[in-house]
Design a binder for this molecule. Structure first.
Ligand code: AMP
Length: 192
């Protein structure tokens, strides 16, 4: 199964992706994690995206499409993957459809975690209280900017996938275990 986990920054996509990986063996393909790893390793890619990411802006479509295509061709993705934080623009979604079609695959489901802006903000504040700023883009100020980017560039994908009949939504504001249960029920329905 190829699954897109969808939602605003801080909705819990990473948390739910990891649980799906553990329970169902589908690898998590997080462009954010891959870009952060490149920054950490000091590669040319990392150097080229560092400032853009710190500002909470999107890196270029070509950059993320390239890293996703390379990652998807690894053997652990042969039964599918969980796309986390990708696609974030219509051109990325079109490129993903084309990449999968070339390989005889398709997106089976787009699962939206619905979370209100106020809840996202209170989560950032709670993370900072608990551990300080661990990610340079995980501050209330940068979150506000990232949310603006989300509504402008990424939220239009909801209509794109709704039109394909692939969109399902769950309440991402419930406690983590309850979100996990809802996600599991939707996935069981698709796999059945
Ligand atoms: P994330 O960890 O998914 O929240 O991503 C962190 C940052 O990485 C984003 O704010 C962007 O700067 C960059 N990024 C991650 N995924 C993408 C993507 N699909 N398209 C463009 N930029 C991305």
């Amino acid at each position: 199964m190829n699954l897109v986990l969808f939602g605003p920054p801080g909705a819990g996509k990473g948390t739910q992706s990891k649980i799906i990986t553990e329970k169902r063996g589908l690898p998590q393909l997080s462009t954010g994690d891959m870009l952060r790893a490149a920054i950490e390793a000091g590669t040319p890619l990392g150097l080229s995206v560092k400032a853009t990411m710190a500002r909470g802006e999107l890196v270029s479509d070509e950059t993320v499409i390239g890293i996703i295509a390379e990652r998807y061709d690894q053997p652990d993705c042969r039964h599918g993957a969980v796309f986390d934080g990708f696609p974030r623009t219509i051109p990325q979604a079109e490129a993903l459809d084309a990449m999968l079609a070339e390989r005889g695959k398709k997106i089976d489901l787009v699962l939206e975690l619905k979370v209100d802006d106020a809840v996202l903000l209170s989560r950032v504040e709670a993370r900072i209280k608990a551990g300080g700023v661990l990610r340079s883009d995980d501050t209330p100020e940068t979150l506000a900017h990232r949310l603006g980017v989300y509504y402008k560039n990424t939220a239009p994908l909801l209509d794109f996938y709704r039109a394909q009949g692939k969109l399902k939504s769950v309440d991402g504001m419930a406690p983590v275990e309850a979100v996990t249960a809802q996600v599991g029920a939707v996935l069981d329905g698709v796999q059945a």
